[in-house]
Write a protein that binds this ligand. Structure first.
Ligand SMILES: N[C@@H](CCC(=O)N[C@@H](CS)C(=O)NCC(=O)O)C(=O)O
Length: 336
């Protein structure tokens, strides 16, 4: 059985333990173990949104960073990733290309586009990225995301980076029925966009820093912990104002704005010991999202067999390590 370093979505900046790969969902994909034990590809077999364009794609082997995979490819007309491409049938075409590969890891930002893909029932390949070994900084990955962070998406030769942009791309291109978004240009579209950007510019960066100081820092910084925990809780309070009187963030529908915020909020109690009874509306909303089968599937991607109990234990261990720095020469406030 292959082994991998498992990363889970709630970790924020991730941690790893050797975990057996769940082979049942893998297809035609092999990592060359010596390069990265965390690499895994998963092919999702749900229906494609637009089967009519699918016949224009063709499976070809792709050698990428030492990993040979079978992936749908389109003949490129121009090396620039944002240009229209010529399909194998010879027609000019614009996205979507129905040839999706998600590059991700088990972190809150990694979970966000995975939920959209699962909710839409799209067919896509998953390339697990081992952020513990800085695979996201390798030149081949920087071609896809110059920022060197997960997640990133390719659709044929088109690349999209930044989790919010990926969520918008997926709904713009593949959610024709507007199940998880609103009509472009409508008032509700911008309401949804506002809550999405609230997550991208607020909860994500602030809670990410709180996680860092609380569980990953090489020093104990009471100031850093308090500053970012207070700000995270303030932002949860903003969510609470809305969710104490509405089921969803934008309008009366579950949208990508809910998915994005959920991916971070679910990590709050575990990493930061946030007591969700202080935010009852947010808590109910979180549980409502948690029950969705697509969300449960998304949480298992990329593959990890670690139980929730094991995960909790691991994070408690990380926090205990930081706590143990209190009163030592790594206790930052004592030096201020
Ligand atoms: N604003 C970016 C943030 C991406 C991000 O910070 N990803 C983290 C994992 S949650 C990462 O790749 N960390 C590894 C690193 O910083 O090199 C997005 O939303 O996509």
């Amino acid at each position: 059985m292959r082994r991998t370093r498992a990363v889970r979505h709630v970790i924020g900046l991730t941690a790893s333990l050797p975990t057996p790969v769940n082979n049942t969902t893998s297809r035609a994909i092999r990592s060359l173990g010596s390069l990265s034990p965390a690499v895994s590809f998963t092919s999702r077999t749900a229906a494609i949104a637009n089967p009519s364009t699918r016949s224009k794609t063709k499976s070809l082997p792709l050698l990428q960073s030492g990993i040979q995979v079978h992936q749908k490819r389109l003949l490129r007309l121009d090396p620039s990733p944002d240009k229209t491409v010529r399909t194998q049938a010879g027609n000019m075409s614009s996205p979507p290309y129905n040839a999706l590969t998600l590059y991700t890891a088990g972190t809150p930002n990694g979970l966000k586009p995975t939920i959209v893909l699962e909710e839409l029932g799209l067919k896509y390949d998953v390339r697990g990225i081992n952020i513990m070994t800085n695979e996201q900084k390798e030149p081949w990955f920087l071609e896809i995301n110059p920022n060197g962070r997960i997640p990133a998406l390719k659709d044929g030769d088109l690349r999209v980076f930044e989790s919010g942009a990926i969520m918008l791309y997926l709904t713009d291109m593949y959610d024709k029925e507007k199940k998880f978004t609103y009509e472009y240009g409508s008032g509700l579209y911008y309401e949804m966009m506002s809550w999405l950007m609230f997550q991208m510019g607020g909860i994500g960066p602030m809670q990410g820093q709180a996680n860092h100081f609380r569980a990953m820092a090489p020093v104990y910084s009471a100031y850093g912990i308090k500053r970012y925990l207070d700000e995270t809780k303030r932002l949860y309070g903003v969510l609470e104002i809305r969710l104490s009187k509405a089921d969803w963030l934008a309008g009366d529908k579950y949208t990508i704005a809910d998915m994005a915020n959920y991916a971070w909020v679910r990590a709050g109690p575990l990493f930061l010991d946030i007591d969700m009874s202080e935010f009852p509306g947010v808590d109910k909303w979180m549980k409502r999202i948690e029950e969705r089968p697509a969300v449960q599937s998304a949480r298992k991607i990329p593959n990890s067999n670690r139980t929730d109990e094991e995960l909790t234990k691991m994070i408690e261990g990380m926090k205990a390590r930081v706590d143990a720095l209190k009163g030592t020469d790594k206790d930052e406030p004592s030096k201020i």
